[in-house]
Write a protein that binds this ligand. Sequence first.
Ligand code: CAA
Ligand code: NAP
Length: 240
Amino acid sequence: MARVALVTGGSRGIGEAISKKLKSEGYEVAATYAGNDEAASKFTEATGIKTYKWNVADYDSSKAGIEQVEADLGPIDIVVANAGITRDAPFHKMTPEMWHQVIDTNLTGVFNTVHPIWPGMRERKFGRIIVISSINGQKGQFAQVNYAATKAGDLGIVKSLAQEGARAGITANAVCPGYIATEMVMAVPEKVRESIISQIPAGRLGEPEEIARCVAFLASDDAGFINGSTISANGAQFFV
Ligand code: CAA
Ligand code: NAP
């Protein structure tokens, strides 16, 4: 039977590429989204991948949504915690609301996604947890105190889960993309974006598919001894 993969924020951007790649590798895929119904239905129409709508920042909604996915497709074997947002501002302009929105979605959202799935993975003695962190969690970023904190936090999550899950056949790893051509990056003012691209030795933004291939590898049986690691895919912009 095909393994079941859940991709949060799997209807657009990097998540869309991950959902498609996992489907092409033979997984049964469920993709979640927050509110963009139009993008989600276009995605399902084009790919045949079922979408589910819930806010990853809300524990009860995540738990109920995950129960629905498991009722529809079977136990989740692979979880890709990809859903994320930015609320950028220099620190002196960052409001508590901007801080909390990003923490609740990008960091607590990972807890809310993995926690309800974890007991089943432990029982079944198999699981793959892949968290989409960021280059900016590794190096920090002007105007992203909130976002960088969440993405650095993701690395703490996977390193800790890796130690807890290893004996139960569960791996937990992160992918740290550099700047990738999605709506998130296109929302950065054009001049700032051009200056960012000029700092990428590869001379270009990454493509969502380049991240999806990293995820597919981490999900595979070949990656069974890779646990607590981070794959950086950033066009040589930053080395850890
Ligand atoms: N480094 C140092 N100084 C900087 C700077 C930087 N990167 N960016 C701006 N500044 C300076 C400006 O030059 C300006 O200086 P002066 O006051 O001396 O003129 C000062 O900071 C304030 O700048 P602004 O008035 O333009 O600030 P603002 O309130 O209008 O905010 C901004 C603008 C939100 C910072 C905008 O420049 C921006 O969006 N920057 C991009 C931030 C970024 O990289 N976000 C990543 C989004 S994509 C993503 O997050 C995906 C991922 O994981 C990679
Ligand atoms: P994107 O194009 O903006 O897509 C974001 C996806 O996440 C959408 O499907 C969105 O749903 C969903 N989402 C957002 N908030 C949610 C919430 N509260 N609950 C459920 N789903 C939610 O973003 P992206 O660029 O593909 O980024 C995906 C991930 O990669 C994020 O974690 C981001 O931080 C990380 N990342 C991105 C880059 C980059 O350069 N793009 C680099 C490094 C890391 P809707 O469609 O309903 O809005």
